[in-house]
Design a protein around this ligand. Structure first.
Ligand code: ATP
Ligand code: MG
Length: 323
């Protein structure tokens, strides 16, 4: 068992091969299936959070359209990895120049992280898409479709991927647990769901990583492996600050952050979840959520995370004090 863990990554081992095996995303899957049935693929734009099935669906389409030859007719590029749009264009050109393998009308180019391209680069991409309409279909994937320019949007059929629903993540983890003979306790499952928040890749990775440290997956082991604070730890800090015990809250939070090596972003995200559960009067809840949004933004924009986290704690203290 232990040796096997090193051999294969479960996310790949359990990546659905066909559209029908994709978990959740039912509407998307049925629309994509009708493309495949009619063999009339348009350019597609996939938007949605990480680990929800975008790449999986693209590969499944290729498999279903091209059969065993799919690899020869499918090119996967990453817009942010490659050194800019020029590299992308050269690779696209090289790939698109030759005829598709087998009796199929076109090849598929999957471009991940398209939203990392600048507007100019997207304009260039748009022209490339036009140049090769005869031989290629593009599937563009991104996390935020708001960063994609309109001329590209209007050339693609749009699909919004949602975070995978908790019961679907749960069923998938249970299935994998059974196949890999890993027992998952109830609190372990809850922790896996809580940490991964609809990102199925993260959930499976976390399951595998935790399985290599303990026999039975439990909450404590999951949080340790995820290097995340247990929700109770953060809850306690927030509650203390809110109740006027600022110094205590601050030193506890410091401890949690250092001991568990948490990023400021992680902490703020967990504070957000915990505040939602606190059953506060509406006024205070609204003010708090607004502050959390603001500090989240500051950290993402590059402000010193430790300073911002403490400042947010100070805000929670102040809001708690207000009558
Ligand atoms: N909807 C899903 N159904 C079944 N498995 C999934 C699904 N989404 C993700 N997975 C699992 O997670 C792994 C990663 O998924 P995938 O590569 O499709 O994510 P993605 O949406 O492309 O994410 P990213 O935005 O990070 O590229 C898959 O190999 C699979 O094991
Ligand atoms: Mg992907």
């Amino acid at each position: 068992m232990a040796e096997e863990l090193f051999e294969q990554v479960w996310t790949e081992k359990y990546r659905p091969q066909l559209l029908n095996d994709v978990v959740g995303q039912t509407e998307i899957v049925s629309r994509l299936q009708s493309f495949v049935e009619n063999k009339t693929l348009q350019n597609l734009l996939f938007a949605g959070p990480a680990g929800t099935g975008k790449t999986t669906c693209a590969i499944a389409i290729a498999r279903e359209l091209f059969g065993d030859n799919w690899r020869g007719n499918f090119l996967e590029l990453n817009a942010s990895d490659e050194r800019g749009i020029d590299v992308v264009r050269v690779k696209v050109k090289d790939f698109a120049r030759t005829r598709p393998i087998g009796n199929v009308p076109y090849k598929i180019i999957y471009l991940d992280e398209s939203d990392a391209l600048t507007r100019e680069a997207q304009q260039a991409l748009r022209r490339t898409m036009e140049d090769y309409t005869a031989t290629c279909r593009f599937i563009l994937a991104c996390n935020y479709n708001s960063k994609i320019i309109d001329p590209i949007k209007s050339r693609c059929a749009f699909f919004r991927f949602l975070p995978v629903a908790q019961e679907d993540v749960k069923a998938r983890l249970q299935m994998i647990g059974e196949k890999e003979s890993v027992a998952i306790s109830d609190d372990g499952m809850e922790a896996l769901l809580e940490v991964s928040g609809g990102d199925l890749r993260q959930a499976i990775n976390l399951l595998q990583a935790t399985a290599s440290t303990v026999k039975q997956i439990n909450a404590e082991a999951v949080y340790k492996v995820a290097a995340k604070a247990r929700p109770q730890d953060i809850e306690e800090c927030v509650q203390k600050a809110f109740d006027g015990k600022f110094e205590e809250a601050r030193s506890q939070l410091d401890g949690v952050m250092i001991k568990q090596g948490l990023s400021g972003e992680d902490v703020v995200r967990q504070m957000h979840q915990c505040v939602l559960k606190m059953e506060l009067p509406q006024e205070k809840l609204v003010t708090l959520l607004d502050k959390i949004g603001e500090y989240n933004f500051r950290i993402i924009e590059g402000a010193d995370a430790r300073i911002q986290v403490v400042a947010l704690l100070a805000q929670i203290y102040a809001i708690g004090k207000e009558k």
